[in-house]
Design a protein around this ligand. Structure first.
Ligand code: ADP
Ligand code: NI
Length: 224
């Protein structure tokens, strides 16, 4: 099968797989990650463009957060699909990269220095920060009906603002490629600007309570 035909089949497979996900993990997330990955690879010349497209397209298609399924099943389906489109030899590399991309997964699979992984992981992380990152975080929080923020520390653990401190603000220093690192700077700064404004707008009486929690960026910076 020609590469373009394989990509068309992959697109169709992915659209179906992600159809129940939140709209922060929709087709446009996949397209943005694909473009970002292509851009990074173009700059760094690390990998064959076709492989980058393939991995970027497939990167979220076995996410147990949404399928509620045993993740092994998701990866098995990707493997079977790749076999069916004549890409069986790439299957392990792609599923290893998919497994390793996740921020939350502690376990590592195969070659963790594979450029395919490094590129797509950077692209996925870039889409989690900046203005789009903010939009996606609150979209996911809304999808789960999580709190936006709570000035009460215990409650705040489950808020979307807390997700910024637990994950989003850490991503800048976790970037792999020089292009990714460079691009992360502006997006990271935007997260900081957003949080500063957020806490500025929060009822001042609540801010006093919030300052006792470890979650306030302003508290760290002593801005308020
Ligand atoms: P990973 O697979 O790297 O662990 P996820 O798929 O869990 O990452 O997260 C991808 C995106 O989903 C995040 O960047 C964020 O936008 C959103 N997200 C995930 N968990 C949360 C959460 N608890 N609160 C807000 N957004 C979240
Ligand atoms: Ni993703």
């Amino acid at each position: 099968m020609k590469e373009d035909d394989v990509l068309l089949k992959v697109e169709k497979f992915v659209r179906k797989k992600i159809s129940g996900y939140d709209s922060g993990h929709d087709w446009w997330h996949i397209m943005r990650v694909r473009k970002l990955a292509e851009y990074i690879n173009d700059k760094e010349q690390l990998e064959e463009p076709f492989l980058v497209d393939l991995a970027a397209l497939l990167h979220d298609s076995a996410d147990s957060k949404f399928t509620g399924d045993d993740p092994k099943n998701g990866y098995r389906m990707v493997e079977e699909f790749l076999q069916a489109v004549g890409m069986a030899d790439l299957s392990t590399r792609i599923t290893d990269a998919m497994r390793n991309i996740s921020f939350s997964s502690k376990k590592r699979y195969g070659d963790i220095t594979d450029p395919l992984l490094l590129i797509v992981q950077d692209a996925d992380r870039l889409d989690a920060i900046g203005a789009i990152g903010v939009a996606r975080a609150f979209n996911y929080g809304g999808f789960r009906n999580n709190l936006i923020y709570s000035p009460e520390g215990e409650q705040n653990k489950f808020s979307t603002i807390n997700h910024f401190y637990e994950k989003l603000l850490l991503l800048k220093s976790m970037m792999n490629t020089s292009t990714g690192k460079e691009m992360a700077k502006e997006r990271h700064e935007f997260l900081e600007i957003f949080l500063k404004q957020f806490f500025k707008e929060w009822n001042p009486d609540f801010i006093r309570i919030a300052r006792k929690t470890p979650f306030s960026l302003d508290q760290e910076k002593g801005a308020y």
